[in-house]
Design a protein around this ligand. Structure first.
Ligand code: HEM
Length: 292
């Protein structure tokens, strides 16, 4: 039972909360294998402790097989104008999943329900379909199920966040002078108009952040979008300004749960933007660099 909700919106406070080991993502309640509740309860994103470490290692192993430069080139050649679908397709193809079109379709459905609690029959059916495709036919043991869930989780995490980054950067590009590079545009878009605006934590033990006592079981909202415009950290924070100095935005999170797909997201977004005929963007180096 959650008794109180705290909200942090200053850069230093959000960072401190992200670093606090007593604050974890609110755990997800499981359900039947192959459904949405099961997926949420089996992925790294909503896990903590040793279970989180084991699941995150599965994700990192999958990501290590994916060369960001290959993703960047693949999406640059994809004629699909839908940034979500194209982002997931680049990853699904690189992971060599069976029936990539069906996977893309199902992932976009699951992504719409992933951060909500409401029961969603279409999302349940999409998870069931994805599990059939991702699970090797001869293995249904717990570790195979966990690996399949975390591969689905990787694609779901990438879907809306990367798609929104591409859409927001396309919007921002219209107001920018010609000749800037894609990296710079993406980094400032991540700060000024982040595709992920907030994240949640729950206290698993009494703790204290920024002078605020937080009791076990209490919920915390971390307002990343507001923290990215903290005037104590960013000058003229509401202005979209290429070539800013200062610390990185908090849009990809912060250790220990910093987004493991950061370089892949940057590469996919850069590739998508590079094919826009009207964008006043000079295609830059082949770097996939992170926003720091
Ligand atoms: C612009 C695009 C993206 C943004 C802004 C983003 C942001 C984030 C953030 C903030 C978290 C941590 C959430 C928290 O601590 O509460 C996270 C986790 C995660 N992201 Fe991303 N992400 C993006 C793209 C991707 C991509 C492309 C992938 C995979 C290819 C990915 C995979 C993951 C996974 C698996 C997690 C869970 C990690 C864990 O809990 O240990 N993300 N992402």
């Amino acid at each position: 039972m959650i008794s109180s909700v705290h909200e942090f919106d200053r850069y230093a406070d959000v960072r401190a909360a992200l670093a606090d080991p007593h604050l974890v993502p609110p755990p997800a309640e499981s359900g039947p294998v192959g459904g949405m509740a099961w997926l949420r309860a089996t992925v790294a994103r909503f896990s903590s402790g040793d279970t989180h470490a084991r699941r995150r290692a599965l994700v990192e192993a999958d990501l290590a097989r994916l060369d960001p430069l290959v993703l960047r080139k693949a999406i640059a050649l994809d004629p699909d104008d839908d940034a979500r679908r194209a982002s997931v397709r680049a990853l699904a193809d690189a992971l060599a999943v069976p029936e990539p079109d069906a996977v893309v379709e199902a992932i976009t459905i699951v992504a719409g329900a992933y951060f909500g609690d409401a029961h969603d029959t279409a999302a349940d059916q999409a998870v069931a379909k994805l599990l059939t495709l991702m699970l090797p036919t001869d293995s249904g043991d717990d570790s195979a199920l966990e690996a399949a869930a975390n591969r689905i989780g990787l694609l779901v995490q990438a879907c809306d966040a990367t798609g929104n980054l591409i859409d927001h950067a396309r919007r921002a590009a219209g107001g920018c002078p010609a000749g800037h590079d894609i990296e710079t545009l993406l980094v400032e878009t991540l700060r000024h108009d982040p595709p992920v605006r907030a994240t949640r934590r729950m206290a698993i033990r009494d703790t204290r952040v920024a002078g605020v006592d937080i009791a076990e079981g209490e919920l915390i909202i971390l307002a990343v979008a507001a923290a990215n415009r903290d005037p104590e950290v960013f000058t003229a924070p509401d202005t979209f300004e290429l070539e800013r100095s200062g610390p990185p935005s908090l849009t990809f999170g912060s250790p220990p749960r910093v987004c493991p797909g950061r370089d892949h997201a940057m590469a996919i977004a850069a590739g998508a933007l590079s094919r826009d005929p009207d964008a006043p963007i000079a295609d830059d180096r082949t770097s996939t660099g992170s926003p720091s």
